[in-house]
Design a protein around this ligand. Structure first.
Ligand code: URA
Length: 204
């Protein structure tokens, strides 16, 4: 019997359940980032979450632990979530790429493209009511634009064939560098809560 021709990788990823997807990411060698990783960084949180946060890629702490947003930026993200009345376990958190780019550089176009089917499958499985892009890399990748965060913020975008509502905000590391800008993060969280139809947020 002749073996069935291999379907393109994206098609097979698009049909995966969570265990298969996790396994595919853990063993992925689709781009050069695999060569220097300690761990793949799959994603974390509630797989039925209303809101999904998407960052750019693992840093050193995340590479070591195999979990997104566990370093300083992650601690700030946790505090921002708490201010909006969430704990980390109630949302889903993932990145554009699942392996650490060397020296924390931005993932390049090929690396982001090689990882995209994994993220798209995570989005399809979670079916969030809202996606929040943290910073320029996820925003420009998911919205396929070179517009600045400043211009993308404050607008409601849509993602994918499901037309999932998508908001853009600055990356938490921006607020670590420029704490005087944190009010913008708070504004964006307020908008997120409004869109989720949540009860009144707890504190500014
Ligand atoms: N920054 C990101 O964009 N993602 C992480 O997981 C950690 C830091």
């Amino acid at each position: 019997m002749t073996a069935a021709p291999e379907r393109p990788r994206a098609d097979s990823v698009a049909a995966m359940d969570w265990p298969a997807l996790e396994q595919a990411v853990a063993s992925c060698r689709a781009c050069g980032l695999c060569q220097r990783r300690t761990n793949t960084v799959f994603g974390v949180g509630d797989r039925n979450a209303d809101v999904m946060f998407i960052g750019e890629g693992p840093g050193a702490d995340e590479d070591r632990k195999g979990e997104p947003f566990v370093g300083r930026a992650g601690q700030l993200l946790n505090r921002m979530l708490a201010a909006a009345g969430f704990v980390r376990q109630q949302v889903y958190i993932a990145n554009i790429v699942k392996c650490r780019p060397p020296n924390n550089r931005d993932p390049n176009v090929d690396e982001a493209a090689a990882c995209r089917s994994y993220l798209d499958r995570q989005i399809a499985l979670v079916q969030p009511r809202l996606i929040v892009c943290l910073g320029r890399v996820p925003s420009s990748n998911l919205l396929n634009t070179t517009e600045s965060i400043g211009r993308l913020r404050g607008r409601l975008h849509r993602y994918g064939s499901a037309g999932t509502p998508l908001l853009v905000t600055y990356h938490p590391s921006y607020y670590l560098r420029s704490p005087d800008q944190k009010a913008k993060g708070w504004q964006d969280l307020q908008r997120m809560l409004e869109l989720l139809g949540s009860r009144t947020p707890l504190r500014p």
